[in-house]
Write a protein that binds this ligand. Structure first.
Ligand code: ZN
Length: 102
């Protein structure tokens, strides 16, 4: 197998299917940057409807990813991107947990 080593920030084609199985690639819900799963903080909506940070990436449920930076976490919270991504309201404790994370 050949490794394709492109410079980062290759722009994905528009019309790429949302939630496609692009191996390991995730997208920040705040700034839209693509990157490896490990670069992001995962937020999960569990099957029983709880929304929580998932630092280990192991909680089953629907995941959303945000850059692990205060800027992106702040934007995700302020712009309602988390609730937008999950199509449901997000409890304020989640915002507190994310904000207090350093
Ligand atoms: Zn971001």
């Amino acid at each position: 197998m050949r490794k394709v080593s492109r410079s980062s920030n290759s722009v994905p084609k528009p019309g790429t299917r949302k939630g496609a199985h692009a191996s390991g690639t995730r997208r920040c819900i705040a700034c839209g940057k693509f990157g490896q799963k490990s670069e992001f903080l995962r937020i999960v909506k569990t099957p029983d409807g709880k929304t929580e940070p998932d630092p280990n990436g192991k909680t089953p449920g629907r995941g959303a990813y945000v850059c692990d930076t205060q800027e992106c976490i702040g934007n995700a919270v302020k712009k309602g991107r988390i609730s937008g991504s999950f199509k449901s309201a997000v409890p304020s404790e989640l915002y507190e947990k994310l904000r207090n994370k350093e």
